[in-house]
Design a protein around this ligand. Structure first.
Ligand code: HEM
Length: 239
């Protein structure tokens, strides 16, 4: 497992709990690496399992919950470290690219990375299925990474999870209660940002850098505000 995952785990423990607790974990768990992680190094993934198990015993927080919280934090770090991967219109578009593009690029960068596979399928605009396939037990980390991506894009998505023969399946359903998601005129923006005036917090219209694609994050077909009826504009908060 790549060192970046370990260094972020150490950050999470030190930030959420304390540096002292992290030292205790290093002392309690016998690690082949000795715990001297660097972001470019590669370490046995079982060290992560051992550290998470020890942390769970000491904090009383279950391992799945810890890994999920860790996944969310890791996603926030990926946003900072790999901003180009996030230049998509919404969370679904981003998540659809993890298996076929993002992890492929990660593998080019780090040939020794051990990456999971995701069987991804779309059924309709508002439903995305991702089946986690891996020899390693990190489905809760995947859950947190998915939640982190949804949070990053400001989408409103319900996640159901079950076990199939192929692996753990996440079923994502976009929710949008607004009658219409209306978009502003295209503006060359430096990065993805929420448009001023995109009123409802659970239905955020977004603009994408240098892109003419403007797809509503809730999965509804978006209407360019210029073509929208007066009533649609009034409903959406546009004047
Ligand atoms: C910019 C986005 C992303 C980047 C740069 C990225 C990169 C990485 C890297 C470097 C690793 C460590 C590989 C190793 O351990 O050797 C990893 C592992 C992993 N990634 Fe991603 N990832 C991204 C997004 C995601 C997302 C959104 C998901 C979930 C849908 C995901 C699921 C996982 C899981 C579960 C692992 C742990 C290994 C395993 O389960 O087999 N990643 N990723």
């Amino acid at each position: 497992m790549k060192g970046v995952v370990f260094t972020e785990f150490v950050e999470l423990v030190e930030g959420t709990f304390s540096p002292h607790l992290m030292d205790e974990l290093f002392e309690a768990v016998s690690l082949k690496s000795g715990g001297a992680y660097t972001s470019v190094g590669t370490y046995d993934y079982l060290e992560m399992v051992a550290l998470a198990t020890e942390l769970s015993q000491r904090t009383g927080v279950a391992v799945p919950e810890l890994l999920r919280a860790f996944g969310k934090q890791l996603l926030r770090q990926f946003v900072i470290k790999f901003p180009a991967f996030f230049e998509t219109a919404n969370a679904f578009e981003f998540l659809e690219r993890v298996d076929g593009y993002i992890h492929v690029e990660v593998k080019k960068l780090y040939p020794d990375a051990e990456l999971p596979r995701f069987a991804v399928s779309r059924s309709g605009d508002d439903r995305l299925e991702m089946v986690y396939i891996s020899d390693r037990p990190f489905e809760d980390l995947a859950f947190g990474l998915i939640e982190g991506a949804i949070e990053h894009f400001g989408d409103s998505v319900e996640i159901d999870r079950d076990t199939t023969d192929a692996g753990i399946r996440f079923v994502l359903t976009a929710r949008c209660e607004e009658p219409a998601c209306l978009y502003n005129a295209p503006i060359a923006a430096p990065s993805v940002s929420v448009l001023p005036g995109s009123r409802p917090s659970n239905c955020l219209s977004r603009r994408v850098a240098n892109s003419t694609r403007r797809i509503c994050s809730c999965g509804r077909r978006a209407t360019n505000w210029k073509n929208a009826s007066r009533r649609e504009r009034a409903n959406s908060g546009w004047r």
